[in-house]
Write a protein that binds this ligand. Structure first.
Ligand SMILES: Cc1cc2nc3c(=O)[nH]c(=O)nc-3n(C[C@H](O)[C@H](O)[C@H](O)COP(=O)(O)O)c2cc1C
Ligand code: SF4
Ligand code: SF4
Length: 264
């Protein structure tokens, strides 16, 4: 069973490749949370995987909150792995994930980071298309190596790009980020909005409601996955003043789709 969380498709694409290569089913963490679905049973020999993006050098809170509530039943200890996708570096993301699993009686056998295009448009502009394409091509190759290591059930096997000042970024900067940079107040919609409702359907936190033909943010904080901002077909969702001039990013597997149903 592979549990995944994804805002703009990078982690979803990686999880899908791993699920196909391993013959494991996929479960969307955001949907599981919204359906209060926390109990799962693994079959004999079934592996347990987690695939998710790095948010401010840590796993998304939705992922660690999900693991806290996860009730997992298994006939024998499963081989457990995690893959975090990131734009640059993961800091201590994997240690945070490992602690969350250990607090729920699970251990982590292997962990990997996978460099993919950066989707954090609220902070920076998107990378040039050429850089995105190079990253995606490289990620495809690395993913095959990750798949191989998982198939071989390598233990105590960690290949994570932690980057500089990893401990500081994860333990000091991340809590500040979660407090200040996950506020929904800076979201607003510009006049190009066509009222399609896609932002509401792709939100990973059930935080957007359509009031007539305009989206409104119904919680004071959200997952900050940026699915809404990056999916909007008219680039009408902004976060603060700078995003009007910035590009948008979606993984190619999401670009072809336009509704949440297409994304499954
Ligand atoms: C809120 C937020 C914070 C991020 N923080 C980091 C980070 O600390 N390090 C990094 O390398 N990438 C960071 N990124 C980039 C994403 O981890 C990266 O683009 C990821 O592959 C997106 O996955 P997704 O398409 O599955 O949502 C951040 C993105 C967002 C939205
Ligand atoms: S996705 Fe964009 S165009 Fe569609 S309702 Fe939301 S803001 Fe408006
Ligand atoms: S409001 Fe936008 S950024 Fe926040 S969780 Fe929903 S889709 Fe993600």
């Amino acid at each position: 069973m592979i549990f995944y969380f994804s805002g703009t498709g990078n982690s979803y694409a990686a999880a899908k490749t791993l699920a196909a290569g391993l013959g494991e089913p996929l479960t969307n963490i955001a949907e599981a949370i919204s359906q209060n679905a926390f109990a799962y049973t693994l079959k004999p020999g079934e592996k347990l995987g987690f695939v998710f993006p790095v948010y401010a050098w840590a796993p998304p809170r939705a992922v660690t909150d999900f693991i806290k509530k996860l009730e997992l039943y298994f006939p024998q200890d499963p081989y457990t792995f995690a893959v975090c996708t990131c734009g640059g570096s993961a800091g201590e993301t994997m240690s945070v994930l490992e602690s969350a699993l250990e607090n729920n009686g699970l251990s982590l056998d292997s962990g990997f980071s996978l460099l993919m295009p950066d989707n954090y448009v609220a902070g920076f502009d998107v990378e040039p298309k050429k850089v995105q394409q190079e990253k995606l091509l490289h990620a495809k190759e690395i993913l095959q190596l990750i798949l191989r290591a998982i198939k071989l059930e390598r233990k105590k096997f960690f290949r994570v790009k932690r980057g500089k000042a990893a401990k500081f970024l994860t333990s000091v900067v991340n809590p500040g980020f979660c407090h200040f940079a996950t506020r929904t107040k800076p979201f607003y919609v510009t006049k190009g909005c066509i009222g399609c409702g896609l932002c509401e359907s792709v939100c990973t936190d059930n935080c957007i409601s359509m009031a007539g033909k305009r989206p409104v943010w119904t919680k004071s904080r959200c997952n900050m996955c940026l699915a809404c901002l990056n999916h909007c077909p008219t680039a009408s969702i902004q976060y603060g003043k700078k995003t009007e001039k910035r590009g948008r990013y979606l993984h190619p597997s999401y670009e072809k789709n336009s509704t949440k149903e297409d994304l499954k």
